[in-house]
Design a protein around this ligand. Structure first.
Ligand code: BGC
Length: 714
């Protein structure tokens, strides 16, 4: 591992699927897992495009429909099929250059019993032209002449999703494919160009194929370009793909690569974080940012980042609170245009949130726990069959994990404060915040005996407790949401009175309703015991467990004990009260109060979710416990790079990636917004000699450098 480059050497076949996730390339439009061009037993090639959801027959919910894996190449040398489990593998190195988005693999291979050859594969998804992908293979016969056979088509369409599949060949070096998603109706158009250089003529057949001799020492280059469009971005996807392909072929591989690398450079200029004194941390933060940047939609505000990005099938491509409270902050602070796209996704899907509210007997807008392209609730009700008897667990999050609406409001307010984007707030954000406030107003329950408002039967961030009353996270966030709503309405009245009037009418924001909100804010029940917040009613009556004793463990405690048993204990799945501390910062309470809550909640946490460790790291850093903070940060950094939760094969963890940035900038650097500016209270890990990052605050780029000697902001 060097500072920009993730390396695999030698070949690690036991980590095949994990590394496919690691070596994903993408550009905010699509993601391409790092499966090999030539194939390998057990691999999971996958290409996902934002928003391309479809519900296969018999499935409970919709999922991202994979499109044909365009990377496939069949290669044979002197009649022997090339694959790493055949012939003799003499050397192997795969690298992902995070700086330019180039994935490269060099292989030294002996044709069974014959010639030694060197192969260098490269591929990238253009960041400058989101519909274009390119790959190239350079093959050199080192100690003899060899016969090369190469075929490169478009790959097969998955028939559980695609219908009306039509494939064909245009020009001799080209192939095309079009198809329609059976349930959602989205149409797909893909066009490929494959060549072996100007002098080599393709063979006849169903896909571009070449057969020719290469002399000893000669390097031959095979190049493949792919263009993809869907009916989400073009009226006639195949025509659009063909046109884009033509441009790409005219430009050629090198010019396309240069363009894309320049786009990457501009992106890193805003988002890079430099760490001196810790090579692992340096690479890990860039790796995390890379995965966020390839997942963040650039030209489309009707899609969002799924929990596992576009790099795997985990969670079916669905969008959770992971986006707003974990992945978004690095974009809000460094790529405001991308952050805005993600927030616009929620605005556009307000109708789905209104439907969910009505279906549940409430007013206003209630966002789904899991979201796709429709905005409707898409959390499955039942989990996958479990051994030994194939029983399925009921999944309650779609019914009860309602804090998501407050999380979205929090993210919109944060974006507004950091960017100063009044236009967003006035035209879009306000409607989301106000209509979700209407939801909270109808959701809270008045307890007359105690003269207070309560919220029962919910799930907080700690999903090990699936039916709780007065989740302190939920109640505090709902109260804060109502405060934000009043604040935004007052602001709108001053800045855009016509807009305010229109919203008052449309959302029925009557004086009585606003009065009700004020009453809820004043009387919301916040369970606490002195300085200590109580995670939910009765939490401390549950069975205490010495979580630290379960060490070392690679399985979560819920996995070890099962769902019902864990429910009866004080084991916490992930940052919950600690999440509230991360979000509220100083507003949570004075430092002693923060410390008191940390001391109770951090030791009870299982970190059963990848969302947990980085947030704990952030809070620990703010509390001045830099060694502990670093250990937690280090754990979060291993989620995808080292697969320390054992599930990186399902896709990269967007939330853990965003959490890593948050822990550095909001934790170790201690960035806060202060008035119209920013302030910093650093608490760096002791071995970090220098930390540098940039943030865009109210349209001004701030270049922050922190060393043990002090802080400079340029
Ligand atoms: C976590 C949730 C998260 C989801 C998707 C769950 O295991 O508990 O907080 O939203 O995964 O990443």
């Amino acid at each position: 591992m060097r500072n920009w480059i993730v390396t695999e050497t030698p070949f690690r076949p036991t980590q095949l699927n994990h590394l496919e996730t690691v070596f994903t390339i993408g550009n905010g439009y699509l993601g391409v897992r790092g499966a090999f061009e030539e194939g390998y037993p057990g691999e999971q090639p996958l290409v996902l495009i934002h928003g391309l959801f479809n519900q296969p027959e018999g499935a409970e919910v919709s999922e991202l429909a994979g499109v044909p894996a365009w990377t496939g190449l069949e290669l044979a040398f002197d009649g022997a099929r090339f694959r790493l489990d055949q012939g003799e593998l003499l050397g192997y190195e795969r690298t992902l250059d995070l700086r330019s988005g180039l994935l490269r693999r060099a292989v030294l291979w002996r044709i069974p019993g014959q010639t030694v050859l060197r192969l260098v594969f490269e591929r990238f998804a253009s960041l400058a032209r989101p519909h274009i992908l390119a790959l190239r293979v350079q093959a050199t016969a080192l100690d003899g002449d060899m016969m090369i056979e190469a075929a490169g088509g478009l790959g097969d369409a998955d028939r559980s999703h695609w219908t009306d599949i039509e494939v064909g060949r245009g020009a001799p070096q080209q192939a095309f494919l079009q198809a329609r998603a059976a349930q959602s109706g989205y149409r797909l158009g893909m066009a490929a160009h494959f060549d072996a250089g100007p002098d080599i003529r393709p063979e006849a057949g169903s896909r571009p194929t070449f057969k020719f001799m290469a002399r000893r020492g000669q390097t031959v280059t095979l190049t493949k370009f792919i263009a993809i469009h869907t009916s989400r971005d073009a009226a006639r996807p195949l025509d659009a793909a063909r046109a884009a392909l033509g441009t790409a072929v005219d430009l050629g591989y090198d010019a396309l690569y240069r363009e894309s690398a320049e786009a990457w450079e501009a992106t890193w200029h805003a988002s890079d974080v430099e760490i001196e004194g810790d090579d692992f941390a340096q690479l890990a933060i860039r790796f995390a940012l890379y995965h966020l940047l390839i997942a963040a939609p650039r030209d489309d505000e009707r899609v969002s980042i799924g929990a596992k990005t576009l790099s795997g099938r985990g969670y079916k491509g669905h969008v959770f609170w992971d986006t707003e409270l974990f992945a978004l902050a690095p974009l809000t602070f460094t790529q405001p245009a991308l952050a805005r796209n993600l927030l616009m996704y929620r605005y556009h899907l307000l109708p789905g949130a209104r439907t969910k509210a009505v279906n549940n007997g409430f007013e206003g807008a209630m966002y789904p726990w899991e979201s796709t392209d429709t905005g409707e609730e898409t959390t499955p009700k039942w989990g996958a069959p479990l051994p030994p008897d194939g029983r399925r667990e009921r999944i309650w999050t779609g019914d009860r994990e309602i804090h998501i609406s407050a999380d979205i409001a929090y993210a919109m307010r944060q974006y507004w404060q950091v960017s100063g984007d009044d236009d967003f707030m006035a035209r879009y954000g306000a409607e989301v915040i106000l209509d979700t406030a209407v939801f909270w107003g109808s959701r809270v329950e008045y307890n007359a005996a105690q003269d207070r408002y309560e919220i029962s039967h919910v799930i907080g961030p700690d999903e090990y407790h699936e039916d709780v009353n007065n989740s302190v996270f939920t109640n505090v966030m709902a109260r804060r949401h109502l405060q934000t709503a009043l604040e935004i309405l007052a602001w709108l009245e001053r800045h855009a009175p016509a807009q305010a009037g229109a919203l008052r009418d449309r959302l029925a924001l009557t004086p009585a309703r606003l009065e009700h909100w004020r009453d809820v804010i004043a009387k919301m029940y916040i369970p606490r015991d002195g300085d200590l917040l109580v995670e939910f009613d009765g939490f401390f009556d549950l069975e205490p467990v010495d979580v630290a004793a379960y060490w070392p463990r690679t399985r979560s405690l819920q996995h070890i004990y099962g769902v019902p048993a864990t429910n009866r204990t004080q084991i916490i799945k992930q940052a919950d009260v600690v999440m509230l501390m991360a979000l509220l910062g100083d507003a949570f309470g004075p430092p002693e109060m923060q410390r008191a809550n940390w001391d109770v909640y951090a030791p009870r946490c299982d970190h059963g979710s990848s969302l947990s460790a980085a947030i704990h790291g952030l809070v620990a850093a703010r509390l001045g416990m830099s060694d502990q903070a670093y250990a937690l940060w280090r754990q979060a950094a291993g989620v995808d790079l080292e697969d320390n939760k054992g599930n990186a094969a399902d896709g990269a963890h967007a939330a853990a990636a965003g959490g890593l940035w948050q822990a550095i900038v909001l934790g170790f650097a201690g960035l806060r917004q202060a008035g119209d500016g920013i302030s910093l209270t650093p608490n760096l890990p002791p071995h970090w000699r220098r930390l540098r990052f940039r943030v865009m605050h109210r349209g001004r780029l701030r270049d922050v450098t922190i060393t043990p000697d002090g802080v400079t902001i340029a």
